[in-house]
Design a protein around this ligand. Structure first.
Ligand SMILES: Nc1ncnc2c1ncn2[C@@H]1O[C@H](COP(=O)(O)OP(=O)(O)O)[C@@H](O)[C@H]1O
Ligand SMILES: [Mg+2]
Length: 498
């Protein structure tokens, strides 16, 4: 018993000793301190907090969470000038390694089906594309049965509705299809060039369904439903109208033949952007099993894209808000104002209200010859003397897309570049660059702007371009962004006031 009592007493003594632990605090820097145990004299250093050095962004190791944070929002793409009216191509989406997937309305996109279950990001994507159709100078007609829903495309477009013809009720949508028929015939009856035209149907399955329900209520047979007429017109656009610069974009939650308006309509869709939906639905539109099986695990705003040539990619869509519509309206108004004196067609007599609740109804009735048109913006006239994104005309843009690409076989060491090397010069003024080069450079500028919140210098942009190219295509490809391309870099930067 004595021994047990002694052991107990000893245990208590040592326990209390440890709890006593009086320490002396010694500051060694701003944030660092040393704790000195006054009994044992043992120092414990609490190191100054090291500045958080960001690890170099390694695309392959990016986790989904950080990918979401890194994909630029539409507001940033507008602020950095990455997207602008008159741009030669469209940003179809952003890859997981944060590189832009560019493509043209006339080639990779054409008639696009945007799929996904409810709240998967369809309307956000349709909004993102609508902005870019406007930037292509396209005439846009939108059929949106959810026009008075807060989360609907029409509501999101806000003030931009003055540039878009919107049909919301079933009657309006039916009228729109009648006019679409006129538009198709009109285009086919004359020589080009044609202004790009896009018919947008958000909630496409719903539109067809509503027509079928209406037909049923009127005691009509299924094949007498107006949905047949509507679907046939879309098939016509898909099959014959690309040559007349006429396209469509359909928001779809069900790809089955019956729900979408027939086998032909489904098969003729040129490109597909499929958001989250179960594989047994997406298999109707994405033939490749390895890809369609991925759609059920997609996060909101992520998608599987299949272009018009059947090339698949996973793309993330920039997040859009109604504020962006206000920004874009301001950009477009600037163009309309600056071109108004020369162009009667974009200066309509009547003034549109600031935020129209519904677009003014046209005077309809027998003998009507005029189709109700959306106000369009002509991006074809160049505005010499202006700098910045708005200075490029659509025509110039096309020429640039077709300009020669970077030389393939140059290989030179990377030099120490100085800001002066990339300065504006007489040589730079005359230089031609491709849309791909422009996109590469703007992408780098955008990344740097995102990191620092400041407009980056030209040397920093060049370094970022090289880093991006190296990561994607290797060191040899990065070396091609060398001395020979400095005037090009100067030209692109000066175009954007960088
Ligand atoms: N790319 C995106 N990034 C972040 N959030 C998104 C994205 N797309 C959509 N969202 C959000 O997800 C929700 C549903 O989007 P929405 O486009 O209305 O889906 P759907 O039309 O498929 O029902 C909205 O709150 C929207 O803000
Ligand atoms: Mg929606």
């Amino acid at each position: 018993i004595g021994l047990v009592a002694l052991m107990g007493a000893l245990a208590l003594f040592f326990r209390l000793m440890r709890m006593r632990k009086s320490v002396k605090v010694v500051r060694i820097s701003d944030k660092g301190i040393v704790l000195i145990d006054e009994i044992s004299g043992k120092p414990t250093i609490i190191a100054p907090q090291a500045p958080a050095t960001p690890k170099p962004a390694n695309a392959a190791s990016l986790k989904p969470a950080s990918v979401k944070a890194a994909v630029p929002k539409l507001s940033e793409l507008l602020a950095t000038g990455f997207l602008y009216p008159g741009m030669p191509q469209m940003l179809i989406g952003v890859r997981e390694n944060i590189t832009p997937r560019m493509g043209s309305l006339q080639e990779e996109v054409k008639c696009v089906g945007v799929g996904g279950r409810g709240r998967s990001g369809k309307t956000n994507t349709m909004f993102f594309y609508t902005i870019q159709y406007l930037f292509q100078g396209a005439e846009i007609w939108l059929a949106d049965p959810h026009f008075n829903k807060a989360s609907g495309l029409t509501t999101m477009l806000g003030p931009l509705r003055k540039y878009i013809r919107v049909a919301g009720t079933l009657d309006e949508i039916q009228q729109m299809f009648d006019d679409l028929q006129v538009e198709i015939e009109e285009r086919k009856s004359r020589q080009g060039p044609y202004r790009p035209f896009v018919f947008i149907g958000d909630e496409w399955n719903g539109i067809l369904e509503d027509f079928d329900v209406e037909a049923e209520q009127q005691g009509l047979k299924e094949k007498e439903s107006f949905s047949r007429v509507a679907a046939a017109l879309i098939v016509k656009i898909e099959r014959e109208m690309a040559g007349y610069d006429m396209y469509c974009a359909l928001g779809v939650h069900d790809w089955t033949d019956k729900a979408i308006g027939g086998t032909a309509l489904r098969r003729l869709i040129h490109s597909v952007l499929c958001h989250r939906m179960t594989a047994d639905y997406s298999k109707h539109i994405l033939e490749d099993k390895a890809w369609n099986s991925q759609t059920q695990g997609l996060r909101t705003g992520h998608s599987i894209f299949r272009d018009n040539e059947g090339i698949y990619e996973k793309l993330i869509m920039p997040y859009c808000t109604r504020e962006d519509a206000v920004t874009v309206t301001r950009m477009l108004e600037t163009i309309v104002e600056s071109t108004q004196p020369q162009q009667d067609m974009i200066a309509p007599g009547e003034k549109m209200p600031e935020l129209p609740m519904r677009p003014q109804q046209p005077q309809l009735g027998p003998g009507r010859v005029e189709v109700d048109r959306a106000q369009t913006i002509d991006l074809s006239t160049s505005r010499p003397g202006q700098t910045g994104p708005l200075s490029m005309s659509a025509k110039e843009a096309v020429t640039r897309v077709n300009a020669p690409a970077l030389d393939e076989d140059e290989e030179e060491p990377l030099e120490d570049v100085k800001e002066e090397d990339l300065a504006d010069s007489a040589e730079a003024e005359k230089i031609q660059f491709t849309a791909a080069e422009e996109a590469e450079l703007l992408h780098a500028a955008m990344q740097l702007h995102q990191k620092s919140g400041k407009v980056p210098g030209r040397v920093a942009i060049l370094k970022q371009v090289r880093a991006n190219v190296q990561e994607r295509e290797g060191e040899k490809a990065a070396r091609r962004w060398n001395q020979k391309h400095w005037p090009k870099i100067a030209a692109i930067c000066s175009k954007y006031g960088l």
